[in-house]
Write a protein that binds this ligand. Structure first.
Ligand code: ZN
Length: 479
């Protein structure tokens, strides 16, 4: 008897606004010093009043629209009451029954994942536990935190991982968050339940502490196995919150699940309700850019890229945009066949050679000096065989270092390809006299002796001789 897993996600995202959610303190995820971005409002001093950060609200609406959500024209914030040392106010401002966005969906790999809601709240502080005491840092307290909740539509750990990765990409395309999981800017919690029939849901267990996509996949698989064992033994699964222990590779019971009524929610008395006009929503909708899936399809169709290459340009958004700029700088009115060849060359050199030089840096960084125009020229020079692929690496390395244009580098360093047959023949003859053994080998039928001789000629010319001409002349002289 097998059980079918059902997975729903609760995803918290720290928005990249300039200031915090309800005060003007800086929202700086890179601040190393504790308790510097704080003020009486985010520390919950009596008598202070919150002010809504409009930028954060717009970012939530934008995200909801990208996930095909409905945006009700009125909404409000609610107060969620609980005590914890990282929550100085004794309550968190959140949204209980009027999220900014609801009833959306997102398609991935042909599957439709429904989005229950996207709402806005504030983050809490950070506790640092030492051996026999704990420290608290309130820099994070009050940072706008968006929560996206899916319906339980995911069916496997692998699909959940894929969905989470695509979601991260969408957030980055929207520019609402850096969504770095390691920095806690994107936090995934998974609700996992098992049932025999797909219609009836089993008891759900919430898994927290998922700090990487790998952890998401591993923890869900572990939980499916654990719950299967419980059910097969004829026992009941307890509704609870479990934490993922990355070192041991297990989930550990943390507490029994609390319910909404435990929090004594009520409408936040210090904030007015929020109202929208349809025009305002439309304005935000117009800001939603081309999303990863649309870009994937367009790149493949427009530039005939393989799935793999399109994926590199979609997941590395900056490189993808640079690629399109390079293409737009190629000579105009090229015959279609030639254009496709240049596009292919461009994608190859960007993905392998340039990415190799960049290591992890980005083409949008200040240190990156190659203009799209120069890169397009570089590609054209390779295509027209002005430089060999070996020389191309040298030229690109130089362009990367100095930002100089490729024809300038080629001229200055004398790197043009040698295509003069008489000149090449002279060098070939010299090589043949010096390598009599290889000549004999070739005459005995050893094919790789030819490769050896080509290599000798290439090194004599410092990689500048056209390899096809070299091969042709060698064959002629050896026959
Ligand atoms: Zn503050």
């Amino acid at each position: 008897m097998s059980y079918e897993p059902t997975i729903g996600l609760e995803i918290h995202v720290e928005l990249n606004t300039k200031s915090k959610m309800f005060c003007s303190c800086s929202n700086d995820p890179n601040e190393r010093h504790p308790n510097v971005n704080v003020c009486p409002v985010c520390l919950g001093h009596p008598g202070t009043l919150p002010v809504i950060n409009g930028e954060a609200v717009r970012k939530v609406i934008k995200t909801g629209l990208a996930f095909n959500c409905q945006v009700p024209l009125s909404s409000k914030f609610d107060r969620k009451n609980y005590f914890y040392p990282d929550l100085p106010k004794g309550y968190q401002i959140s949204q209980r029954d009027t999220p900014f966005c609801k009833k959306g969906f997102f398609k991935i790999g042909g599957k439709r994942i429904r989005i229950r809601e996207v709402h806005l709240e504030e983050d809490v502080g950070r506790l640092i536990h030492k051996k026999d005491y704990s420290l608290v840092d309130f820099n994070r307290a009050g940072i706008p935190l968006m929560e996206l909740v899916t319906e339980p539509d995911l069916k496997s750990a692998k699909d959940t991982r894929k969905f989470s990765q695509e979601l991260q990409l969408v957030l980055r395309y929207l520019g609402v968050s850096d969504a770095d999981m390691e920095k806690g800017q994107l936090r995934v919690e998974a609700n996992v339940s098992l049932a025999k029939e797909s219609k009836k849901l089993g008891t759900k267990v919430e898994i927290k502490n998922l700090n990487s996509f790998r952890a998401v996949e591993k923890a869900i698989n572990y939980e499916i196995e654990r719950q299967t064992k419980v059910l097969k033994a004829g026992k009941k699964v307890t509704q609870e919150t479990r934490g993922w222990d990355n070192v041991r590779g297990v989930t550990v019971s943390q507490r029994e699940k609390e319910y909404a009524h435990d929090y004594r929610y009520f409408p936040e008395p210090d904030l007015p309700p929020i109202k929208w006009t349809q025009e305002e929503i439309e304005e935000i909708k117009a800001e939603v850019p081309e999303l990863p899936q649309q870009r994937r399809e367009r790149l493949k169709k427009e530039y005939r890229l393989s799935d793999k290459k399109a994926e590199v340009f979609v997941s590395n958004k900056d490189l993808g945009e640079y690629f399109e700029k390079v293409i737009s700088e190629l000579p105009p009115k090229l015959p279609h066949e030639k254009l496709l060849k240049l596009i292919k060359l461009s994608s190859n050199y960007l993905i392998t050679d340039l990415q190799g030089l960049l290591k992890k840096a980005s083409v949008t960084g200040e240190d990156f000096l190659i203009t799209p125009e120069n890169f397009a020229e570089f590609i054209t020079l390779i295509y027209e065989a002005t430089i060999t692929s070996k020389i191309a690496k040298i030229v690109l390395g130089e362009m990367f270092k100095t930002g100089a244009d490729p024809s300038h580098i080629i001229e200055e360093k004398g790197l043009s390809q040698i295509t003069d047959e008489a000149k090449i023949e002279k060098i070939v003859k010299k090589v043949l006299t010096k390598n009599q053994k290889a000549v004999l080998d070739y005459k005995k039928g050893k094919e790789n002796a030819l490769q050896f001789l080509i290599g000798k000629v290439m090194s004599q010319t410092k990689g500048k001789a056209n390899p096809e001409i070299v091969s042709k002349i060698l064959k002629k002289l050896l026959s």
